[in-house]
Design a protein around this ligand. Sequence first.
Ligand SMILES: [Zn+2]
Ligand SMILES: [Zn+2]
Length: 420
Amino acid sequence: MEVRILKGANQIGGCVTEITSSKGTKIIIDFGEDLDDEEKKKIPDIKGLTKGEPKYKAVFITHSHGDHIGLINYILDTIPVYVEPISKEIYRLTSTFTSKKSRYDTIDMEFEKEILIDDIKVTPFFVDHSAYNASMLLIEGDGQRILHTGDYRNHGLKGDRFEETLKKIGKVNMVITEGTTLTRETKKYDTEEDIKNKAISLFQEYDQIFILQSSTNIDRIKSFYEAAKMTNKNFIEDIFTANITKSLNDETVPVPGKEKDVYVWVPCKYKRKKDEFKKDYIYPFLDYKKQSSYRDMKYCFMVKNSMAEDIGKLYKKGFISNPCLIYSMWEGYKEKSEMQEFFEEIKEYGLTEDRIKYLHTSGHASIEAFKMLNDYLKPEEIRIIHTDNQEKAYEVAKEIYGDKVKITFDKEEIEIGKNK
Ligand SMILES: [Zn+2]
Ligand SMILES: [Zn+2]
């Protein structure tokens, strides 16, 4: 088998991995956008994948984050794309709400069900991550076993399943792991349970809690909903979040209408949407759009940085008296111009700088999770992708893995199992 990181050995997101068997069967893992806004607009042209004669037998997507799935629309039509079905639905909703083109003819893959692509066998395994139903992929061929981790962690609400997953996978020859946090200062992260407890104390101090987080970070929605319940606050989801939570069909996730203290808000910007869109995504929730939930003056409201006008509406009606905004995303996004503009606008509505609170934990592997990979899978070789600095990540990883870890470059041909 041969592995090549076509892209992403030295960047977070937009990683593309190629695996080739000795008979020449080729597959791709992940085809997503770069996280950088400027880079995002550039579509990587890959011969045999996005143009020319199809060279790849299949593409496998690890999870619903845009940096892993966001470019599937550009894959040649005749190449099958495998995605876990709820991840596909989350991505479909995300594309629909952002008016982005996507591809919907993907093939469902199920956890722990093998998929045979000629002489390569691929098995997805459930893993804890800030994206719902994320997969690790075990790729087997030529008597070799490779684990591609996708993005993962063991400190989320389903973190205890990480060990179980690793045990099921068993010994592998090579691990290709994400290395997002290797170059960061923080080595230990709050668990989602810690986030919930910190949220409870914050929610006790303020009456109107505005939450800025990703609508697809389901663990976080659950943590904040629990905290809202504990502090007697109504929970209000913006319409995009409501569509996401409903699509999961997961009884542990709060959905407007399903729980009596969960409501919906339709942001001003959706007034301009076409009737067809409203019929499918807005009208089904209208019964749960109750103004009375704000009059109680104790609520927890999920917002987006495009919703300053909506917060202004509540302010003008006198529904904001003692507010705070919880910023619950990666801090790097704070620097974006639209975020800065949002912070500036909401100051007028009582959300001054001192009322903006940071409460977040990473969706990515901690040192403990990195160690567990090695302990359970006993790989002979480890490669790092999805890092903002390959050299630095490699140095840090050497302290964990010793000589097993090898520095990795884009397009380098990595042979595995040649001498066996
Ligand atoms: Zn990622
Ligand atoms: Zn991710």
